[in-house]
Design a protein around this ligand. Structure first.
Ligand code: NAP
Length: 472
């Protein structure tokens, strides 16, 4: 180890002007992009290649040698080669001994191999300090100046000094290194680039399924019913009227689902009298994607607002209003001002507007740039207290919209309840359950449980005897 490291001064000890020599194995897309970026940032780059004499695509200023010769020139070697070709590393165990070997590789599938690529490299070259890094940065991002791509470099490895060396290089390249721990997490780090919006999948599936079902439900009771019963063609409502019923319903149900997970978790803890037993897997997943559920709910609320704002310019609405006024004039009649209707209309709009305002506030505070500057208590206050207030306001908005429609027979077509009635089931259930949970006696028990109290402790809790000694 001494002999190999001696002629290669550690990179982190060099002056800022002279950044030292970095070796890259592989003159492919990633190797070239990384080498080019390193040259721009002041490093000297030497490539290790199978065919040094045929590598004319490498960036200007870089040398290309054999793997053996190139590895001798630097204390840090980037392995820009696919895992399937790592076998040649076995022949380089001597020259790589004590050097930092940076594995940048990715796989084609999640958990493709029993061990991570970095662990595999460490098995092939036990004397090298293998560090997993740079696999989440693309060749394109490096070439395009990393301006409009993720700058995060996840780093893991056994040796702290080696990791620091790699993190220093990442920083010099304008990237943000994040220490993820030991090489045991390399598998997780290798899975990062293969995941496709993992936390968004469940919210997207749920919202799409809800939107499709409610849309079909509305088509049945508003379009097909009218056609079958009165021969009326109401198909035009498919474009705006029905979507504007679907969006708020989906939004409200999703918002209620965000809080239902926490309510179910609280009931499970109450039932088990402990916080130390695991939640079922489905609840764990549900709890983890609440932020995304809330953001999808907010997107549907936005659509509802936009669709509502265009109502006055719709042909159907303009025709209906003109026709109403003309009919009044023809009949020489006027409609008296109905105060109770005015109250009802404003009472329906006001919680809707306020609910949307708090909805947006919830969305803003869930942005990392905002949540990073509020403390845990402030975050909980906004997401929990204001969240429930938003749910109450939006539920109130729908309840007042319903008003006498809840009991008005013609709205129950083919004995099916209007869609807005369906939208209230989950929110009202969540609010009632929450009301139960905040009863002082129930709330006290939950707080105790969350502080670690157990109804049936597995390890008996010591209690004091009369003589002051503790017993079990
Ligand atoms: P690539 O264009 O196919 O280049 C791979 C290089 O590996 C070749 O140019 C070749 O270099 C070398 N090689 C091929 N067969 C070999 C063998 N049998 N033995 C020794 N060396 C061999 O692939 P790449 O896109 O640069 O990706 C390289 C690594 O970086 C992969 O592990 C990939 O997962 C990872 N990565 C790539 C990106 C990206 O955006 N491309 C992003 C993150 C991570 P020589 O001809 O010079 O020997």
């Amino acid at each position: 180890m001494e002999s190999n490291m001696s002629n290669a001064i550690p990179l982190c000890e060099r002056s800022s002007r002279e950044k030292g020599m970095v070796c890259i194995f592989g003159t492919g897309d990633f190797g070239r992009a990384l080498g080019g970026k390193m040259l721009q940032c002041g490093y000297n780059v030497v490539y290790g290649s199978r065919n040094p004499e045929h590598s004319n695509l490498v960036p200007k200023g870089a040398e290309v040698l054999s793997h053996q010769e190139a590895a001798q020139r630097s204390s840090v070697i980037f392995l820009a080669i696919h895992r399937e070709h790592y076998a040649f590393l076995k022949e380089l165990t001597d020259v790589l001994d004590g050097k930092v070997l940076v594995d940048v590789s990715n796989n084609l599938k999640l958990n493709q191999y029993p061990e991570s690529n970095a662990e595999y490299a460490a098995q092939l070259v036990p004397g090298a300090e293998v560090v997993k890094a740079f696999n989440t940065v693309s060749a394109w991002a490096l070439q395009s100046g990393t301006l409009d791509a993720s700058r995060q470099v996840f780093v893991c490895g056994q040796d702290i000094k080696s990791k620091q060396m790699v993190m220093e290089i990442a920083r010099t390249l304008g990237l943000t290194p994040l220490d993820q721990g030991s090489l045991m997490v390399a598998n997780e780090v290798e899975n990062y680039p293969l995941q496709l919006f993992p936390m968004w999948r469940i919210p997207m599936y749920i919202s799409t399924a809800l939107a499709v079902l409610i849309f079909l439900y509305c088509v049945i009771i508003e379009v097909i019913y009218n056609y079958v019963n009165a021969g009326e063609d109401a198909t035009y409502s498919i474009m705006i009227s029905i979507p504007n019923r679907v969006f708020p319903i989906v939004s409200l149900i999703l918002l209620a689902l965000v809080y239902l997970a926490g309510v179910i978790a609280a009931f499970i803890q109450l039932y088990k009298g402990s916080k130390y037993s695991r939640f079922p897997d489905w609840l764990d997943k549900w709890m983890l994607c609440r932020k995304q559920l809330g953001l999808v709910a907010l997107a549907y609320a936005f659509l509802h607002v936009i669709y509502t704002l265009v109502i006055p310019i719709r042909y159907y609405v303009r025709w209906w209003m003109n026709n109403y006024v003309i009919t009044q004039i023809k009949n020489n009649s006027t409609a008296p001002f109905d105060t109770s209707y005015a109250w009802r209309s404003d009472g329906y709009l006001a919680p809707g507007i306020l609910g949307f305002f708090f909805y947006v506030l919830l969305g803003i505070t869930s942005l990392p740039s905002v949540s990073n500057i509020v403390n845990w208590r402030e975050f909980r206050f906004v997401q929990s207290k204001l969240g429930y207030l938003t749910l109450m306001l939006c539920t109130g908005h729908t309840l007042i919209y319903g008003w006498d429609r809840f009991i008005y027979g013609p709205y129950y077509r083919w004995h099916l309840p209007p869609a807005f009635v369906l939208s209230l089931i989950i929110p009202c259930t969540v609010l009632c359950l929450k009301l139960f949970l905040i009863l002082p006696c129930v709330d006290r028990t939950i707080v105790h449980i969350r502080q670690g109290w157990e109804r049936h402790p597995k390890i008996p809790v010591p209690s004091m005897c009369e003589n002051g000694k503790t017993t079990v």
